[in-house]
Ligand binder design. Sequence first.
Ligand code: NAG
Ligand code: NAG
Ligand code: NAG
Length: 458
Amino acid sequence: MQNKWSIKLGVAVTFWLFSLHLIPAHTVKSPTALSIKEGTGDHSKGEETQLENEDPEDLEVFRPTDKWQTLKPGHAVPAGSHVRLNLQTGHREVKMGEEEGLKYWSDGNGQGMMNMQGPSYTAEELKEALKKIKEGMDDPVDKKQEEDAVRAQFRPIEELKKDMEALDMLVETDVQVMRKLLNKFNNTNSTTDEKVTALLDLEYLVHQIDNAQNLVSMGGMQLVINALNGTDIRLQESAAFVLGSAVSSNPSVQVEAVEGGALQKLLTLLATQRPLAVKKKVLFAVASLLRHFPFAQSYFLKLGGVQMLGELFQTPGAEALRVRIITVLYDMIIEKELISQVGMDLIPDSSHQERLRQYAEVSLLPVLVEQGWCRLVPELLASPEHDWREKALRTLLAMMAQCHTQYKQNPSLTASLSELQKQYQELVLTEQDVGEQDGYFGEILALVDSMVVKMQQV
Ligand SMILES: *[C@@H]1O[C@H](CO)[C@@H](O)[C@H](O)[C@H]1NC(C)=O
Ligand SMILES: *[C@@H]1O[C@H](CO)[C@@H](O)[C@H](O)[C@H]1NC(C)=O
Ligand SMILES: *[C@@H]1O[C@H](CO)[C@@H](O)[C@H](O)[C@H]1NC(C)=O
């Protein structure tokens, strides 16, 4: 995906010039040591332009490797490097090009030597290449060969300028890219494949908070929400994916999504027959929408969300979703608990009071008891997966106060716990054999032990 935005500059590019191009006023200071051969069309001159830019020490030649690295201002990029814009960080990144070694170039306007490998050539190679350059010139051989060699790594300034213009045109802003994607998605002539691709590309972009907010202001959020109750299953799935990513850790976008009717539509998708892949993405979107958003949680309860999750939990064939369902519930329980704990150490301010008030309205635990979760959650202990069991145990403990009586009256829960206790006691021994004292199995055993102890309490 990122490669799509990468730009191959098979030539030398200096970053400072790029900066100069973008913010001309800031960069003019003292003369720099860097010279660029100005292509004059006259080989006999080989003019050099002393560019006023930065202190000599400021300009480092960046040494690309085969990995992408972030460019810093003042870095010069050797020839043959690839430069791209990292959409997630907004930084430019560079890595070594495919071609290697020194290349001598000459065209109608100028000539020079490009170092295709970063400046890791030998002195002998340098001299050879320099000789070739000098042979094309009438000028006497310059004494400062080394300096020239460095200069020769860079292209004539006219060419550089052209590259920069091309780069500017190629690097679209995220907003421009999103506009195109939305147009593609919103166009009745686009095929379903094209629309799905547009949504997946959007999903990538909306991880950035600004992009998610732009999605809202561009009208894209509503398009995505509308696709949730559209006719195509694949679009429902991708739309839920975009929505979930856009609202993740993004309160203002969470509000927009709920106001746009996203929660009802997601719950409808959960309650009706849909392929597992769709339900997975829908659960992801529901979880992201509810996280740290008590208003949405209350609304979720009002819309019967817990009951829908319960039905899905018990649907044959949907076992793979069980741990995700439990996670949504567990996260809500714990979030509310943590908020009230934080309140104890803090000097209460008005916004905290407001949060407490909002969470107080989320009355999840009584609903869980009423809808049979004291009995449903223990079923997850039968899973062979350690992390599923762990999640089940944590949730069981979180519901202990409300479910205590029901747990005690559940013989299969008692049996599962003593079976697990044995299993994890053995696993802890194997962990200790390899020198691990606080291992994962030990953690699970502690949860099992805690369950056993608390169930025995009156
Ligand atoms: C869809 O295609 C038709 C025929 O190719 C064209 O006339 C129409 O303008 C297109 N609609 C959009 C929204 O691009
Ligand atoms: C989607 O297309 C319709 C017309 O087909 C247009 O009215 C609407 O503004 C478009 N929405 C967005 C967000 O581009
Ligand atoms: C989707 O829901 C909206 C209301 O939220 C409704 O206007 C629209 O007709 C529905 N679309 C489909 C295809 O059912």
